[in-house]
Design a protein. Sequence first.
Length: 182
Amino acid sequence: MPFLLSGVQPVLVTIQPIDVQIREATRRDLTSVLALYSQPALDNGVVLSMEHAEHIFEQMLTYPNYRLYISVYGSLIIGTFTLLIMDNLIHDGRPSGIVEAVAVDPEFQNQGIGKCMMQFAMDRCREFGCYKLMLSANLSRDRAHEFYQSLGFQQHGYSFITDLVSSPTPSNTVVVEFNDDN
């Protein structure tokens, strides 16, 4: 089934024995998405206020290919993830995808919901001609590592982060100047 970038058509996925629909989230879905993010394994159960979440959601919509998706079973939102497809000036100009903020309702875990969401993300990236889809999982989340590896994701290289919230600003700043004489 073809997907549309703007107003993405919902995709019905059959997972034995339930049918799950994956679609772009709307502002009305944010309460349920925040409930999914309140799981203790995700940010220690700390979630944004609705006002803050609505502001960020509206900001996300200003990016050309950055969307929040949800998995719906009946009238229940049982899973969510974000997908960013970004352009590149390397790799022959082919875009790449990044999946973030993956969550599945604990009552629906181990039923193929996460697999369907990741397959949906991979399919979207293929449609855009992405050369890769990336994600990261905390080192302590062994079950998540096994899950992503079962879907064909491979550990690749090193992932580096710096904590910009609690890290002090570096005291030694290097300034590089370029001039046309060189």
